[in-house]
Design a protein around this ligand. Structure first.
Ligand SMILES: N[C@@H](CCC(=O)N[C@@H](CS)C(=O)NCC(=O)O)C(=O)O
Length: 205
């Protein structure tokens, strides 16, 4: 029988990894479909917005990694107890994604002069800002990003942090103990632990 879920992404962690972690957390039957650079031009015109990741389920195709994570968060009950808590979880996820995008802006800048300029601001202002804010947030939420307990925003964060560290060429959790605790709390979940210990770390990017 075909797996219930199929996630299609490149053979890297990046935006696909939070989805893989959430599927693992849920103990779902899922296929990890990794597209090669050679096959991508053929597949690209067939996916909703010409980008990956996508998630296939029940004959339907979903796109947008955060929307997919939110959906899997609902299926796995890693959500709020009311709409306000969901708002707080969404806000935490969006903050993580904003941070990821700012680190990405540095990594993907091709012009060396511009890159140096972006890097100066990233490491003198942006990283210290997010480190302080997110560390406080984790402290106020018992080692989680929102609502004082494990939610899909924590799995999103842990799914993205290796990619972010790779792009920054720095350990963004160094000296940020409460945020580090978020990572530890997620990695302590048995299904996540099993997935992470079996995955290949050669494919961060
Ligand atoms: N907002 C989208 C962004 C997706 C995206 O940027 N995907 C990139 C890889 S990380 C992609 O498919 N690049 C190949 C292309 O655009 O041809 C999401 O979060 O899913």
């Amino acid at each position: 029988m075909a797996p219930t879920f199929k996630v299609t992404y490149f053979d890297i962690m990046a935006l696909g990894e939070p989805i893989r972690i959430l599927l693992s957390y849920g103990g779902f039957d899922w296929e990890d479909n990794r597209v090669t650079k050679e096959n991508w031009p053929v597949l690209k015109p067939t996916v909703p917005m010409g980008q990956l990741p996508i998630l296939e389920h029940n004959g339907k195709v979903a796109h947008q990694s955060i929307a997919i994570c939110r959906y899997l968060g609902k299926l796995t009950k890693l959500v709020g107890k009311d709409d306000w808590e969901d708002l707080e979880i969404d806000a935490a996820a969006d903050t993580v994604n904003d941070y990821r995008a700012k680190v990405g802006r540095y990594h993907y800048e091709a012009d060396p002069v511009q890159k140096e300029k972006i890097g100066e601001q990233l490491f003198s202002e942006i990283v210290p800002f997010y480190s302080k804010k997110l560390d406080e947030q984790a402290k106020n939420n018992n080692g989680f990003l929102a609502v004082g307990r494990l939610t899909w925003a924590d799995l999103l964060f842990v799914g993205l942090i290796d990619y972010m560290n790779f792009m920054a060429k720095k350990d963004l959790l160094a000296g940020v103990p409460n945020l580090q605790k978020v990572k530890e709390n997620v990695l302590a979940v048995p299904n996540v632990k099993t997935y992470i210990s079996n995955r290949s770390d050669n494919h961060i990017f």
